[in-house]
Design a protein around this ligand. Structure first.
Ligand code: UN1
Length: 519
């Protein structure tokens, strides 16, 4: 582990210091040296090794066996929830200042371990170095953001109006209990550590079940929480199949609430299942997107092409925030397409730990197969103007793919493909583009390119999504950073209408109590 501190921000990622590359490359060597280790569950402060393990292979090179992880059982899930329940009175009963201090320490440990966590994450899920470094540091910053929020608001304890001088009325927020976090593969740091951190800062205890593709990053987070002093039972880590161990966690009657990030279908199933429990329980679900970018004839096309390319193909299109649909004015469509094709043609796809490769492999065999199936459908009904093929290598490599002339009633305008595929449509009239952009169940992020102030205001007033970007070259629809952009979805993209990395987030992990005391 490197002792050197290196603060990742937008500017360091945009023009990285040579030192950043060197530290990352040294960490890649260390990550490869520790391939093949066996990792435990972490329940009630103890490492637990069970009877069965699964091998985690790197999608970068399928011969690389990164580690062996426990196939958690229903009993493990139960034990984790029971441990979290037993730890709840102690953790929630502490002064909030102590929880904040411990969680700040956890954030600092994540930052200290930045390079090792990022190198392992690149190998674990195929994220390029800058995106992996960003994900790790975003995790730490989400935790810090929520520590700040509690501090600034006196842990959300506020006086209310008093009827007389003898009335002492106050509103307080209190934690719910045991919180389940079911995290996805695409942001294995931020979307596991962000919600788990928020739940812990708020005073809940946590059971984390990470995606089967990304147990290693979650294990590193577990170590950070443990080493920061989160007490036994307050944070528990369970790996294994979602259908078995994930379901057993969610079915446990002592789970008070859940944060789920993943597909619409699974998110809605959890939402419906929770509605059937004897008492209501909160479900914070982030369920994907089908994020549109509209390009006006008054757009700067260089900005638009760069923004779309980065958002469509960053992390191989596997972000909920990825740009998957483009509506471009017919007058500028040819010019835009030639710029987009030019930029896309320059992308190198390969081992993402190599500095020259901006795209890595897709996450797993299922995603690789989906890519091929979607491409066959798109080829039959539209024009693939770039990509559309799998690439050589001993991993799941797929070319960035641009599709033109797909009829608007084709199902793939609505299905979240979660792959490096973007479909492009021309329009004559901005209102028509807006209607098409909004014609989806999702509403997570959206982008607009125009140099006209009135058009920009019109777009901001009418687009239906939770995260909006205008003229953003670094990512037409992607790249929210805690404190800079709130991140949460409308419509089928989210259950609460409240976003992460913003003012209203951590309160969702608490319930309000009004206290009237008369002396
Ligand atoms: C996601 O894709 O699920 O805005 C989250 C972004 C990232 C988070 C994306 N900060 O692209």
């Amino acid at each position: 582990m490197s002792k050197q501190k290196f603060k990742v921000t937008y500017s360091t990622l945009a023009s990285p210091d040579p030192m950043l590359h060197q530290l990352y490359e040294e960490a890649v060597v260390r990550a490869k040296e520790s391939f093949g280790k066996t990792y435990p569950l972490f329940i009630n402060g103890e490492e637990r090794f069970g009877e069965n393990t699964f091998a985690k292979h790197s999608p970068v090179n399928l011969d690389w066996e990164m580690g062996h992880f426990q196939v958690g059982t229903e009993q493990d899930a139960k034990d984790a929830v029971d441990a979290a329940k037993a730890a709840f009175p102690g953790w929630s009963g502490r002064p909030w200042q102590e929880r904040v201090a411990i969680m700040r320490k956890a954030a600092d440990l994540i930052s200290e371990r930045l390079f090792d966590m990022a190198a392992n994450m690149s190998l674990e899920i195929g994220k390029n170095r800058l995106e992996a470094l960003g994900d790790v540091e975003e995790t730490a910053d989400l935790i810090r953001y929520n520590c700040d929020a509690v501090e600034k608001n006196n842990n959300f304890s506020f006086p209310l109006l008093s009827e007389t001088e003898h009335h002492h009325n106050r509103s307080v927020l209190k934690p719910h209990g045991v919180w389940a976090v079911i995290s996805p593969f695409n942001f294995p740091g931020a979307l596991a550590g962000g919600p788990a951190g928020a739940a812990l800062i708020a005073g809940n205890t946590v059971v984390l079940k990470p995606a089967t593709d990304t147990p290693l990053t979650a294990w590193f987070l577990t170590e950070c929480f443990r080493d920061a002093g989160v007490p036994a039972g307050a944070f528990n880590f369970v790996t294994g199949s979602g259908r078995v161990v994930g379901q057993a966690i969610l079915d446990h009657p002592d789970i008070a609430g859940v944060t789920f990030t993943g597909s619409y279908d699974v998110g809605m199933k959890i939402y419906r299942d929770f509605a059937n429990s004897p008492i209501p329980r909160p479900v914070i679900a982030e369920m994907g997107g089908k994020n549109p970018t509209i390009i006006s004839k008054k757009a700067d096309l260089d900005k638009a092409a760069m923004g779309v390319m980065r958002s469509a193909f960053g992390l191989q299109g596997q972000k909920c925030s990825a740009c998957s649909r483009v509506y471009v004015h017919n007058d500028v469509k040819d010019a835009f397409m030639s710029k987009l094709l030019d930029l896309t043609g320059k992308i190198n796809v390969g081992d993402p730990t190599d500095k020259n490769n901006w795209m890595g492999p897709v996450a797993n065999k299922g995603a690789f197969q989906d890519y091929q199936d979607f491409v066959a459908d798109l080829r039959a009904h539209g024009d693939i103007v770039h990509g559309g093929e799998v690439l050589e290598g001993n991993g799941y490599y797929a070319a960035p793919t641009i599709v033109d002339n797909l009829p608007h009633d084709h199902r793939l305008w609505k299905v979240e493909m979660f792959l490096p595929i973007v479909t492009v449509h021309g329009f004559e009239d901005l209102d028509d583009a807006m209607a098409k952009a909004n014609d989806t169940e999702y509403g997570l992020t959206a982008g607009f390119f125009s140099e006209d102030k009135d058009e920009i205001q019109w777009w901001l007033d009418n687009i239906q999504a939770g995260v909006l970007y205008v003229n953003r070259q670094s990512g037409a629809t992607t790249g929210a950073w805690p404190g800079y952009q709130s991140f949460g979805g409308w419509k089928g993209s989210g259950t609460t209408g409240k976003a992460a990395g913003s003012f209203h987030y951590i309160q969702q992990y608490m319930k309000e109590q009004s206290q009237t005391v008369i002396d």
